[in-house]
Design a protein around this ligand. Structure first.
Ligand SMILES: *[C@@H]1O[C@H](CO)[C@@H](O)[C@H](O)[C@H]1NC(C)=O
Ligand SMILES: *[C@@H]1O[C@H](CO)[C@@H](O)[C@H](O)[C@H]1NC(C)=O
Length: 400
């Protein structure tokens, strides 16, 4: 998820910064299993060009997100929340909740936790309100609180974070019932990784697998090294400080390299957000259409019209082989040759493929490097050296 707008009491952020300027010791690390979660909630519906008289609907692919288990409160209450490098705050729905979205799992009841404390702010009722609107117009509003957060690592060691600032949401909308909130992982002050403190200085890495296990590493476990690693610079933007922006120099469709230089998309200081919480890759309309045209030039199969409103590029085909390889060229020579699976999504029943790139509209984040394109890369974020690194990896085999 990327942020459209966010409003959080600023002075709190200053307090958090002070809290975590404790002395650093050797980097500790741990790893967490992720839950791969798909749903048909916003999949594309397509209708065949050649059968306009009898349009049929077909599910192309799920909007996949990765969930992380967290325990909040005392005694610990388990939630499953979306892993999101595109936003800052860790939040869950709290009782009483007059305007919650439908949630399958029980909702957290702060009155049953001995460690829950509302934050106090300089407002009339001393509450600390927050409001976040995400790129897809989903939103959460509520108040900030401090609470104990416990994370169970794969080693069996619990990682306990007392007095973590979390959002307690009592009015939210636009989310699916199968998760209980969002774990913000950008590098702004209130994100989970920032609040882990100086022993975990902004190192995370994850490996997403479409089918097998997916994991996230923190601290010392997040190191990426060895053959095939490429790195690119992370940019600090003034509009959204704390967001992980990269610079995309070009996209190649087969051998056809399409430069961002000379298009409105080109920017010197970060033109694309890398986001674990968004499934598709988004490019701004003018540049996006150049990429789509390049794919259309190569693919000879029958076009299929996407009636979902997203105008995705879809074809009838029994095989993925007919589609060209797509390479994303990030600045500094970080060329990611993407597997066809990362860029072409097959329908449930087969026989139909769609390019996993959508064109953004002007009200949305212009460009997002989404989680599907990142499958089978070990992706590392190091906010102290301002680098994002990628290592081609079979994520389903990495830890088995
Ligand atoms: C998605 O749609 C397919 C086909 O309609 C169905 O079989 C499957 O159960 C759906 N999955 C979810 C998570 O709703
Ligand atoms: C819930 O939040 C939305 C977005 O901020 C706002 O428009 C709406 O009025 C709120 N609803 C209530 C009942 O507070």
């Amino acid at each position: 998820m990327s942020l459209a707008t966010t409003m959080i009491a600023l002075f709190l952020q200053i307090i958090t910064c002070i809290l975590f300027t404790t002395t650093a010791s050797s980097p500790h690390g741990f790893t967490i299993d992720l839950i791969h979660h798909g749903s048909n909630a916003s999949s594309s519906r397509v209708t065949s060009d050649t059968e306009l008289g009898s349009p049929y609907a077909n599910t192309v692919f799920d909007n996949v997100v990765y969930l992380m288990k967290l325990q909040i409160g005392t005694p610990p209450f388990e939630i499953e929340a979306i892993l999101d490098t595109g936003s800052e705050l860790v939040w869950t729905q709290c009782l009483p909740c007059p305007n919650c979205y439908d949630q399958n799992a029980p909702i957290f009841d702060p009155s049953k936790s001995s460690t829950f404390k509302e934050k106090r702010c300089d407002t009339n009722d001393h509450s600390c309100p927050y409001e976040i609107v995400y790129n897809d117009n989903s939103y959460t509003t509520g108040t900030l609180a401090t609470e104990t957060v416990t994370i169970h690592s794969t080693s069996g060691e619990p990682f306990v974070m007392p007095e973590t600032i979390i959002g307690c949401s009592r009015n939210s909308s636009g989310f699916r019932p199968s998760f209980s909130g969002i774990v913000g992982l950008n590098w702004a002050p209130l994100s989970l990784v920032t609040q882990m403190g100086a022993e975990y200085p902004g190192f995370i890495s994850y490996c997403f697998s479409g089918k097998g296990t997916s994991k996230i590493n923190f601290g010392g476990n997040a190191n990426i090294a060895g053959d095939g690693v490429v790195s690119t610079t992370m940019f600090v933007t003034t509009a959204k400080p704390g967001s992980y922006y990269l610079n995309l120099d070009a996209v190649s469709v087969g051998d056809n390299r399409i430069e961002t230089l000379g298009t409105p998309f080109h920017a010197l200081l970060g033109n694309i957000l890398i986001d674990s919480g968004t499934t598709y890759t988004y490019l701004p309309e003018s540049y996006c259409s150049l990429v789509k045209e390049a794919v259309e030039k190569v693919v000879t199969a029958d076009r299929v019209v996407d009636i979902s409103g997203d105008d995705m590029l879809c074809y009838h085909s029994d095989t993925i082989e007919i589609f060209p390889v797509i390479t994303m060229h990030f600045s500094g020579g970080a060329d990611l040759v993407l597997d066809k699976y990362n860029m072409y999504a097959e329908s449930e029943g087969g026989g139909l493929f769609c390019l996993a790139i959508k064109c953004s509209n002007p009200t949305q984040e212009a460009a997002i490097f989404g989680n599907r394109a990142q499958h089978n890369f070990l992706v590392g974020y190091d906010s102290s050296s301002l680098l994002v690194s990628f290592k081609p990896t079979d994520c389903s085999k990495l830890w088995s």
